[in-house]
Write a protein that binds this ligand. Structure first.
Ligand code: FAD
Length: 392
């Protein structure tokens, strides 16, 4: 019998959806895992998130199916509507079809609930999560990271999952690398469905869990039910009007009304129910030549290396996939083994796929946001005809 390999100690920076997924997958491969999170408490800001089947398939394989299904809404169908009157341009059945086609469901869930499910699983598996641990320096050879208090943590591998504004990415590159503005922003709004039910125009939107997309000139809206259909999640994607130094700001009801006043009356009526809305600048990052340090003891994951416009609803899904692939590749590896091949394969498998998603999301912006004209008519004709693939 060959001697038993000693498990690695893997240090993950960031307890977001990507960092926690990597923690779970790595722990399931038998390694010791510590997650360093800068925040004083665990949680996720924002409202709803879509979990597409490429992500739910992984999450369900970690036995998270019951917890996620209980917290999520299963959409019946995906509908793309014309901005003017809300008429259907395209409809794709989801419930039933997605499970048969992809072996896992499409889910809508509150980000806080999704995050909580991952935290509970990580803790149940014995992952250590250290809060108030903002990473400020990295020794890529050791490897070791130092947090704001001056405390240093050593490990066999450091995985940086510290999001769009990743400090670790900048340390890795040895220079500033601020996120890039995409030109769009997102308004995020939650409305109570009990308020919608009082309005005959809006009641229908609460009855069946569809994901509704309204597409129109320069902007689009994405809406779906959340939390046992008690909440309606509204995301409005519009041109960025925030001042350069302000990435997030509150939005007024009159501002929302002005932007969508000529759109489907259901959407404009819906926006009158909004009591609080926040707008967020949408940014992504420049594609990096590599995600792996030459020491083969450090790599990037999730938004830290492939932040994207959310138009394909795949950003977190890609981070979950990254975590599952990296954790899976570490199976059977022990202390003292070189990690070069594992990290090379991780990057090879993940970089091409995530680059496609980042580019695809940006291309979809052009398709969704077409101004009225011949190209838009052709797009609508093709959508109505049920043509698959990119409608342009
Ligand atoms: P993050 O979620 O940003 O997590 C990073 C973590 O690292 C945070 O907890 C942070 O506090 C911590 N951190 C940062 N710096 C440090 C440091 N120096 N030291 C220690 N900790 C640190 N994706 C989907 O799959 N489906 C959707 O429907 C969807 N909708 C979206 C809608 C909008 C409007 C937006 C903006 C995004 C959407 N996304 C969606 C994308 C998704 O939110 C992100 O891709 C995903 O959250 C990225 O996860 P992450 O773990 O890589 O990064």
């Amino acid at each position: 019998m060959p001697p038993k390999k000693q498990p690695l100690h893997v240090l993950i920076v960031g307890a977001g959806l990507g960092g926690l997924s990597c923690a779970i997958a790595t722990r399931l491969s038998g390694h010791r895992v510590t997650v360093l999170e800068q925040s004083p408490s665990l949680g996720e800001v924002g409202a709803g998130i879509q979990i597409p089947p490429n992500s739910s398939k992984i999450l369900f394989s970690w036995d998270l199916g019951p917890a996620l299904s209980a917290a999520a809404v299963h959409p019946e169908a995906f509908i793309i509507r014309s901005y003017r009157d809300g008429s259907e341009l395209a409809r794709q059945q989801m419930r039933g079809y997605v499970e048969t086609e992809y072996g896992a469901p499409y889910l809508h869930i509150h980000r806080g609930d999704f995050h909580e499910v991952l935290v509970e699983k990580a803790r149940e598996l014995g992952v250590e999560i250290v809060l108030n641990a903002k990473v400020t320096a990295i020794d890529f050879e050791a490897p070791a990271v130092t947090i704001e208090t001056g405390k240093t943590f050593t490990a066999d591998l450091v995985v940086a999952a510290d999001g769009l504004k990743s400090r670790c990415r900048e340390l890795f590159l040895g220079r500033a690398d601020p996120p890039k503005d995409t030109g769009d922003l997102a308004y995020r709004i939650l409305v109570k469905t009990e308020d919608m039910k009082q309005d005959p125009l809006l009641r229908e939107l609460t009855e069946v869990p569809y994901v509704n997309y309204w597409i129109g000139p320069d902007q689009h809206a994405v809406c779906y039910l959340l939390r046992s259909s008690n909440l309606y999640n509204i995301v409005l994607l519009s041109p960025d009007t925030l001042p350069p130094s302000t990435p997030i700001a509150p939005a007024t009801p009159s501002e929302l009304h002005a932007l969508f006043s000529t759109w489907d009356p259901r959407l404009t009526r819906l926006l009158t129910l909004s009591t609080a809305a926040t707008k967020w600048r949408l940014q992504n990052s420049t594609e990096l030549p590599s995600w792996v340090h030459a020491s083969s003891r450090f790599c990037l994951l999730g938004d830290a290396c492939h932040a994207t416009l959310p138009y394909l609803a795949q950003g977190a899904a890609m981070a979950v996939e990254d975590g599952a692939v990296l954790g899976g590749l570490l199976k059977g590896i022990g202390r003292g083994d070189g990690l070069g091949e594992v990290l090379r394969v991780y990057e090879e498998l993940r970089k091409k796929r995530t680059t496609r998603v980042v580019r695809g999301s940006s291309e979809l912006r052009g398709v969704f946001h077409m101004r009225d004209g011949e190209k838009q008519k052709e797009r609508d004709r093709r959508l109505r005809g049920g043509e698959r693939g990119n409608p342009m």
